[in-house]
Design a protein around this ligand. Structure first.
Ligand code: FES
Length: 81
């Protein structure tokens, strides 16, 4: 099953550089696999990231964590927004 990644672009997550993380992800995954979405109502503690098709919202605080996420899910991102 191929999933795309949703990254929150709400004010709280922006403060954790969510837009920068999205940019980093797009550079590796292509722009189609990454979507910036409005506030997911899970504010605080990091940037909210969600794989479509999975309920859990992950909290990322560091772009290195994004790289780790990619490493653990390579090939999982292919669908368009
Ligand atoms: S600002 Fe990202 S979950 Fe609310």
């Amino acid at each position: 099953m191929l999933n795309k990644i949703k990254i929150c672009k709400g004010a709280g997550c922006k403060a954790w550089k969510s837009e920068y993380m999205a940019k980093q992800l797009r550079q590796t995954q292509g722009s189609d696999g990454v979507c910036l979405v409005p506030c997911m109502r899970q504010c605080g503690g990091g940037a909210s990231v969600q794989f479509e098709g999975r309920g859990e919202v992950l909290k990322l605080r560091d772009t290195n964590e994004v790289a780790y996420l990619l490493g653990s899910s390579s090939g999982a991102l292919a669908t368009a927004c």
